[in-house]
Write a protein that binds this ligand. Structure first.
Ligand code: PMP
Length: 451
């Protein structure tokens, strides 16, 4: 015991001295997670936690999958690295598999992170218009509250002010429109009785900016990190037809929604639309190895495959599509298929929302939303006024869950005072007992926070 305590103190001291944490650099008492199995992770004190966020919306097949470790080790022994200036077998097989999952004819450009995949999408969209005699088309439309990454272009596309302050100027040419957010409709409408003004806002933005200046629109099928904002059914089809009307490319960010989280293989498949470009990361490898992909429709790709060097896409990413990550992705997708985890995701989402039904009467729960098994619980001070819950209240509930062995998340910073949405995205491989634990724990913690 004394040894264990001394080891922990040594680790914490090094952590304090050397590690710059993501988002919370002054976290002086972080959980030090040492191992994981299934939906559970264990810290160095031996405490177990249900990983209710699958890491950060990514460990879709669960922790401790030896078959993925074996696939990675096997590929490392055979060939750890070669470039995609040439080709290799795992990338070929993965690109074909992604086409099967997308149900379409896409060329796949590999990189390392979701941010990378979106930067690639922006560059391809701009170059495409250039090559098609429309060089002034350069702007991108995106939505407030959505997150698209941390790099200068992806952050510019992001509609969360708190993340951007102090880093500007970011990439130029990004225009934001209000999101579909039925609980707090930006247009003052009532859910189910509106004219989809949120979709019309996309057309207005394109027209007012000048269609000759707009290259693309980027959106997540449902805004996940920004608070699980699920659009009405007609929204995506309407945005798709607006984009087509003005020759604006539709880029769908499937970094979180993809690979089963939404209850379909990809989130946009819930709405029957065909994107021009699809970006993916996180669940692509279930986070066992960094990898992202930008899938580009065959029609778009056609203008890049001329032999002239002017039509080359001048972009390379050293580790992008490395053989080990591609082998890991293939194995993770195989698990999603053989264990039917896509339909499991939809069913799990329904089980969680029905298990949380009692919370709908809780004085501080304003709304519970689900997109497949991505769940958002919007906290308020008061249900009638919908004033967002205070940071203290949100933190107390998260801490209460942690104390009982459940890790949950909250929405990213949007504007001050609006980080009031709890988020859940358990591994898709979670067992019924795991889900029962998650539901029971949340109900218990909320019962302690009625005042
Ligand atoms: N898009 C979305 C929707 C995301 O949630 C994220 C990451 N949370 C990204 C892009 C960026 O991915 P990465 O952190 O891998 O760069």
């Amino acid at each position: 015991e004394a040894d264990k305590a001394a080891r922990k103190e040594r680790l914490l001291e090094k952590d304090r001295n050397y590690v710059w944490h993501h988002m919370s650099p002054h976290n002086d008492n972080p959980l030090i997670i040492e191992s994981g199995k299934g939906s559970w992770v264990t810290d160095i004190d031996g405490n177990r936690y249900l990983d209710g966020m699958a890491g950060l919306w990514c460990v879709n097949v669960g922790h401790g999958r030896s078959e993925i470790a074996e696939a990675a080790a096997g590929q490392m022994m055979k060939l750890a690295y070669t470039t995609l200036v040439q080709s290799h077998i795992p990338a070929i097989e993965l690109a074909a598999k992604l086409n099967e999952w997308l149900g379409g004819d896409y060329r796949i450009f590999f990189s390392n992170s979701g941010s990378d995949a979106n930067e690639v999408a922006f560059k391809i969209a701009r170059q495409y218009h250039h090559q098609n005699g429309k060089p002034t088309k350069h702007k991108f439309i995106s939505r407030h509250r959505a997150y698209h990454g941390s790099s200068m272009g992806a952050l510019a596309a992001t509609g969360q002010a708190q993340r951007k302050l102090k880093y500007e100027p970011l990439g130029a040419g990004f225009v934001h429109v209000p999101p579909p957010y039925c609980y707090r409709c930006p247009f003052g409408q009532t859910e189910g009785a509106c004219q989809l003004q949120c979709a019309q806002a996309v057309e207005d933005a394109i027209v007012w900016e000048g269609p000759d200046s707009v290259a693309g629109m980027i959106l997540e099928p449902a805004i996940t990190g920004g608070g699980v904002l699920v659009p009405p059914d007609g929204y995506l089809p309407k945005v798709r037809s607006i984009c087509s009307k003005y020759d604006v490319l539709l880029i769908v960010d499937e970094v979180i929604c993809g690979f089963g989280r939404s209850g379909e293989k990809f989130g946009h498949q819930n709405f029957g639309v065909k994107p021009d470009i699809v970006t993916m990361a996180k669940g692509l490898t279930s986070a066992y190895s960094p990898l992202s992909a930008t899938a580009v429709s065959a029609e778009l790709y056609a203008s890049f495959k001329e032999k002239q060097t002017e039509s080359h896409f001048r972009h390379i990413n050293t580790f992008g599509g490395n053989p080990v990550s591609c082998a890991v992705a293939l194995k993770s997708i195989e698990i999603l298929e053989t264990e039917n985890l896509v339909s499991r995701s939809a069913q799990m989402g329904r089980a969680i929302t029905s298990g949380l039904e009692p919370l709908k009467a809780h004085p501080h729960v304003g709304d519970i939303r689900a997109f497949g098994s991505a769940i958002g619980i919007e906290l308020v001070e008061d249900r009638a006024s919908k004033v967002p819950a205070t940071a203290e209240r949100v933190a107390a509930i998260i801490a209460g869950c942690r104390q009982k062995g459940l890790l949950i998340g909250k929405n990213g910073d949007t504007v001050p005072g609006y980080a009031n949405i709890l988020t859940l995205s358990p591994p898709l491989s979670s067992t019924d007992e795991d889900i029962a634990f998650l539901i029971r724990t949340l109900n218990e913690v909320f019962a302690l926070h009625v005042a």
